[in-house]
Design a protein around this ligand. Structure first.
Ligand SMILES: C[S@@+](CC[C@H](N)C(=O)[O-])C[C@H]1O[C@@H](n2cnc3c(N)ncnc32)[C@H](O)[C@@H]1O
Length: 216
């Protein structure tokens, strides 16, 4: 763990993607930043902000060292999508530098917006991320067998088709599936299907999938 840093590293939850969903405090921190660190998508969202910009890609572990070194001279803001506490880069940073060296600004998570969009509660849901984590597939199957409401983060490789195949091969059929795509963006699309009918459904972009049993 690092000793006390000169400037705390601010980790900002940027919400699901549209500027309308960014909180006032998050926007304030972003405007005051000397350096912004984030994915291409998030850096483009703040293209008008005058700050040094560093893109996160596969270099994310090395980038933490850069972030620590920058924070000695600059106000560093790390942009993460949705909420920092929900499957994000923030955990790696906090584990490395210690929570006392971080300021964490919450954001609206993609799952919050997904549940709001379909008008369902999420206090009774459970969550699994397949985003870059194919190994979590057995967890998904277990959750769907045991729980009535499961929200899944997917990516290009671990997508709706894979979820369909996995559930059907386990004999799970009686579920409704909400596919919440590109939430808050111009391409947003929210659709509901019976699990048995999603084989040919095409998806694009970012997706939260909500799997409900028939009675939920
Ligand atoms: C690394 S996780 C980050 C989750 C984020 N911390 C949150 O709270 O939403 C990225 C995944 O979140 C989901 N996601 C993020 N933004 C989304 C959006 N606008 N619409 C649908 N899903 C989204 C997708 O499943 C994507 O693969």
């Amino acid at each position: 763990m690092e000793k006390k840093l000169v400037n705390k590293i601010t980790i900002v939850g940027c919400g699901p993607g549209s500027k309308k969903h960014i909180t006032g405090l998050a926007m304030q921190r972003i405007k005051n930043a000397d350096s912004l660190i984030g994915s291409r998508r998030l850096l483009e969202l703040f293209g008008d902000i005058e700050a040094d910009k560093y893109m996160v890609n596969r270099n994310y572990k090395l980038l933490i060292m850069r972030i620590i070194s920058l924070s000695k001279r600059k106000k560093v803001v790390v942009l993460v999508s949705g909420d920092p506490g929900f499957f994000s880069y923030s955990k790696l940073i906090i584990d490395k530098v210690g929570v006392e060296n971080c300021e964490i600004i919450p954001g609206i998570s993609s799952v919050q917006l997904a549940f709001a969009s379909i008008g369902k509660t999420w206090s009774d849901a459970c969550f699994v991320s397949l985003h870059g984590r194919k190994s979590e597939f057995p967890t998904l199957i277990k959750m769907v067998k045991e729980r009535k409401k499961v929200a899944v983060l997917t990516d290009k490789a671990t997508n709706l088709k894979l979820v369909y195949k996995g559930l059907m091969s386990e004999g799970i059929r009686d579920r409704m599936v909400y596919v919440c795509e590109d939430l808050s963006l111009k391409t947003e699309r929210i659709r509901c299907f019976k699990l048995t009918s999603i084989q040919r459904v095409q998806v694009r972009g970012l997706n939260v999938i909500i799997i409900l049993d028939e009675e939920s």
